[in-house]
Design a protein around this ligand. Structure first.
Ligand code: PHE
Length: 348
């Protein structure tokens, strides 16, 4: 092999290897091997003196050309490597990929959803099945079957959002359910006792919006029907719920109340978290905060779904949900839940 062929061979080999260089260390190594003092190219240039004049000229010129070329490619590669560290975006906007990444925003459950899960878990651990029901409901389930016939004054206690059912293709009057109680009927139509269910979900009322009222809120319904269920089971179950949700030292109060679909009916209140019973602004100076309505399922409600009230009895309760996180976290405006303000929502 003559010197010129050797040079071409060397050039090819050097360029081939350079293409595969991917790190600063490999590049340094490459430079030492092909352009360093002990490299073949340097040795060749040193040997020029041993050649004939003609050869010297040709080999010398080519060797210097190759050397300059390799140096130029080396400089290019150096730049490419440092650029790889700085991925160039539009124009001179640069992104340093060695910076730690930005944390992507992670979603979370809405505080009301979390409370629904928490309440459902407590009742599930006491043997209650958790299910949901339709939000657009027939008048029959929302009122009629719950012992609230047409013209009954109890209808006025729930400001109702009616659906234009004929226009919607419905056969019978429909509305946005005003409470979760219609699921008592729907479930008992299909399932015979013993049964225990809780039904969380949205309810709707025609209300003017303020700090404590919104036209859509949540309730959780409870229903237990079996042989020999009495008021003791109702109180025991709800006491246990209160202990688990509010803590052991929170007092609970039951008082008589009226709902057409229970007899007798009660309301349950818990001791105010702020004043512990002495009376403050939150509890309206009463020391108590009502959280639910309840009672023993009315015999006529059972009869309507073909459950014999002489054999079976049951209790039901309906609890407003938003009030619970409001009490627990000291939230003073219900509208905050649905305003979509992340500064509020991120706190939970
Ligand atoms: N549905 C009633 C309401 O919305 C609450 C309730 C449920 C009362 C079950 C008694 C039994 O006010």
């Amino acid at each position: 092999m003559d010197e010129l062929t050797r040079i071409e061979h060397l050039n090819k080999q050097a360029l081939g290897e350079l293409a595969g260089v991917a790190s600063d260390a490999a590049l340094r190594d490459w430079r030492v091997r092909y352009l360093g003092k002990k490299s073949q190219l340097t040795a060749m240039l040193r040997r020029l003196g041993e050649l004939s004049l003609v050869e010297k000229k040709a080999v010398g010129a080519r060797a210097n050309e190759v050397k300059a070329g390799l140096e130029a490619f080396l400089a290019e590669k150096e730049q490419a490597l440092s650029k790889a560290r700085m991925v160039s975006l539009a124009g001179d906007e640069a992104l340093d990929v060695t910076l730690p990444g930005r944390t992507p925003p992670v979603g979370r459950l809405h505080p009301v959803t979390r409370i629904i899960y928490e309440i459902s878990d407590i009742f599930a651990s006491m043997g209650f099945q958790v299910l949901e029901g339709p939000e657009v409901e027939l008048d029959y389930y929302n009122f009629e079957a719950l012992n609230i016939p047409d013209e009954h004054p109890a209808r006025d206690t729930m400001a109702t959002l009616w659906v234009d059912y004929e226009k919607e293709g419905g056969q019978r009057p429909m509305l946005l359910r005003t409470h979760t109680s219609p699921m008592q009927i729907r479930f008992m139509e299909k399932t015979k006792p013993p049964l225990r269910i809780v039904v969380p979900g949205k309810v709707f009322r025609y209300e003017a919006t303020d700090a404590t009222h919104i036209p859509m809120f949540h309730q959780i319904e409870g229903l237990a029907v079996d042989k020999g269920i009495s008021m003791a089971e109702l109180k025991g179950t709800l006491y246990e719920f209160s202990r688990r949700f509010f803590g052991k030292d929170r007092k609970v109060r039951f008082r008589a109340d009226y709902f057409p679909f229970v007899e007798p009916g009660v309301e349950m209140a818990i001791e105010c978290a702020v004043c512990r019973g002495s009376g403050c602004r939150l509890c309206g100076a009463s020391g108590w905060i009502e959280i639910l309505g309840a009672g023993m399922v009315h015999p006529r409600v059972l009869e309507r779904v073909n459950i014999d009230p002489k054999v079976y009895s049951g209790f039901a309760f309906g609890m407003g949900i938003e009030r619970l996180p409001m009490l627990r976290y000291g939230i003073d405006d219900i509208r905050l839940f649905y305003g979509g303000d992340l500064r509020f929502l991120r706190q939970f």
